[in-house]
Design a protein around this ligand. Sequence first.
Ligand code: TMP
Ligand code: MG
Length: 211
Amino acid sequence: GSSNSSGRGALVVLEGLDRSGKSSQCARLLSFLQGKGHRAEGWRFPDRGTSVGQMISAYLANESQLDDRTIHLLFSANRWEKRGLMESKLLSGTTLVVDRYSYSGVAFSAAKGLDIEWCKAPEVGLLAPDLVIYLDVQPEKAAERGGYGGERYERIEFQQKVAEHYHSLRDPTWKVVDGSLPMETVEDQLRELATDCIQECNGKPLTNLAW
Ligand code: TMP
Ligand code: MG
């Protein structure tokens, strides 16, 4: 039986550099939670399935050029267009395991030199995660992992800057997991963090991101 059938679901966010192992760990965590009887869905940002998401995808593939602030706002808009659905899923008891969220939005744009407060502003009012897990991998290690796929930000010098900005965004509530540990070890840590979070947020109201 589902242990969260009466309460709301949890908003669980995984963050980290490109090739930090987020996507694999999200998939593993999702099937674990579902296997335990939780109602859970896997989400990711950017959500490339919307028309805004297609613009983002073309930009990342270097098929289009966009001003830095314009693409920043598109990434944010891509979260705003999903806010209502996220809220209704969470309120109806579905836990969302989300691969990247507002922290990616701020860390990647700030790494280009945009003002960090300007970057945060459009994220205010989106749903606040119940749990942020940062998968910590050195940029050099991430680059070694089968190389990058060729999208716009997949360069080691840039990822280095992104890592610095993630570092300055971290607050004491973030759970930092060493992403260079064996996959199964990381997986175990994520299972425990997510399970605790789902239990704890039962009864807690959903809140908005305020930074
Ligand atoms: P993905 O590889 O997880 O699909 O993400 C694509 C790239 O987009 C990745 O390099 C991180 C970047 N990104 C941003 O720059 N801003 C954002 O808001 C998000 C969600 C991702
Ligand atoms: Mg990628």
